[in-house]
Design a protein around this ligand. Structure first.
Ligand code: GLU
Length: 420
């Protein structure tokens, strides 16, 4: 069928879905209902720029399915944002939430903008206008936003404040990933990175690898990559490579993670951290290491890169870093490279978002250790379900993870039936 859902990232989500639907033997006639988003909202956000001009930014929100509860997912401010990318990310959120056992469908939103080019005042105007335009389409039991690339706790606080001002009361539960001071939860900021490191730890146990004898390369040093680095270093893993959109460093003797964190806190990015360790970003992913963590953007591992990967564990902290063509190569290399697929690997973020939403609805707040213990519990369950499925059906980790998610949504749709 022809649709507005096009582009390379959407094609990727569609191809992955097709492989999983084939494996699950879902009849053709039921596939479109599972794959295509329920709603896609497109808005124009006019804002006053600091130079006195009015600029108009395109914004989107895609709500994939409403079968299991409200929709849930981040809001991305990035130049690459378009309806195809946002839709693919919403679809992945659905499988991710279902795999983790959360009562949500997937959603994703975004604005096509280079967030780093905006002043703080412009960013606030854009955030508030985006949420204001979305008010008719979101709600604590309809669609709950969260941070993603280019947005953060402050943006979530502006979203919550804008929504609340229109409701005439504070509605904490409208977004997650808020500052703890405004109804956020302990542990959300570091949840995704901690989850990534926790699952790497589980994988190392299975593969009988010793953390203190292992090395890691991390692509992306935003919220996810930086906390993954801190936690891996705490486990004893030597971080030999890091990069972000401004710089790339490699040092086989190990990089000082505390110094990297201090540098980004002061300068906003990795740029200017070191001249001796500067390295070619195009060569970074294929350098020898035990653990490779793509924690930046989609489609960085294509078939060519997949053939050259030189790691034992590929931990997909980003959404959609590996193309279906690369998956075919990784399938051939199954005994060499242990893949922790994105919808499992980075699910710590949305799991703790779920805890934040539950706490906000109940107005009963948990201690940090309670949040993190429950997080580890849900991650361990999901990891085990994936491993069991892999062993039972001799399929790839990605197909297993997606199959668990897709199957759950498919079954719920079947039992609820079609209205009217
Ligand atoms: N944007 C994150 C993701 O891709 C978090 C979503 C959420 O917390 O709702 O999983």
């Amino acid at each position: 069928m022809s649709s507005i859902y096009t582009g390379p990232v959407f094609e990727m989500a569609r191809n992955q879905f097709r492989s999983v639907a084939d494996y699950l033997e879902i009849p053709e006639g039921r596939r479109d209902r599972l794959l295509y988003p329920k709603r896609a909202i497109t808005i124009s956000c006019p804002i006053h720029m600091d130079n006195g001009e009015v600029a108009v930014f395109q914004g989107y929100r895609v709500q994939h399915h409403l079968t299991l509860g409200p929709t849930k997912g981040g809001t991305r401010f990035a130049p690459s944002v378009d309806i195809g990318e946002v839709s693919a990310l919403a679809i992945w959120m659905s499988w991710k939430c279902a795999l983790a056992g959360l009562p949500y469908g997937g959603a994703k939103g975004g604005v096509t903008v280079d967030a780093y080019s905006l002043s703080k005042r412009e960013l606030e105007s854009l955030s508030r206008r985006y949420m204001q335009e979305m008010i008719p389409f979101v709600g604590p039991h309809i669609d709950v936003m969260a941070p993603d690339m280019g947005t953060n706790e402050q943006v979530m606080a502006w979203f919550m404040d804008t929504y609340s001002m229109y409701q005439g009361k504070t509605v904490n539960e409208i977004v997650t990933g808020k500052p703890v001071s405004s109804g956020g939860t302990e542990g959300r900021r570091e949840a995704t990175g901690l989850g990534v490191a926790h699952l790497i730890g589980r994988s190392m146990e299975r593969l009988k690898m010793t953390p203190s004898a292992s090395t890691a390369i991390i692509q992306g040093f935003g919220n996810v990559g930086s906390y993954a680095a801190i936690e891996l270093a705490r486990q004893g893993v030597k971080i030999i490579g890091v990069s972000d959109h401004t710089a790339c460093y490699l040092d086989r003797n190990g990089l000082d993670v505390d110094a990297l964190i201090a540098h980004t806190a002061e300068h906003g990015s990795l740029k200017g951290f070191s001249t001796e360790a500067a390295f070619d970003p195009d060569q970074m992913l294929v350098q020898p290491c035990d653990i490779l963590v793509p924690a930046a953007i989609e489609r960085v591992i294509d078939a060519d890169v997949a053939g050259k990967l030189n790691c034992r564990i590929l931990a997909e902290a980003a959404n959609g870093p590996t193309t279906p063509e690369a998956d075919a190569v990784l399938d051939q290399r199954r005994d060499e490279i242990f893949v922790i697929p994105d919808i499992l690997c980075n699910s710590g973020g949305v799991i703790v978002s779920y805890f934040e939403w539950v706490q906000d609805l109940q107005q009963l707040f948990w201690k940090r250790h309670e949040v993190l213990d429950r997080l580890r519990g849900l991650l361990d369950d999901a990891f085990q379900r994936v491993i069991d499925r892999v062993e039972k059906d001799k399929i790839s980790h990605r197909v297993a993870a997606m199959a668990i998610g897709v199957d759950k949504v498919a079954q719920a749709k079947q039992t609820r039936g079609l209205f009217p």
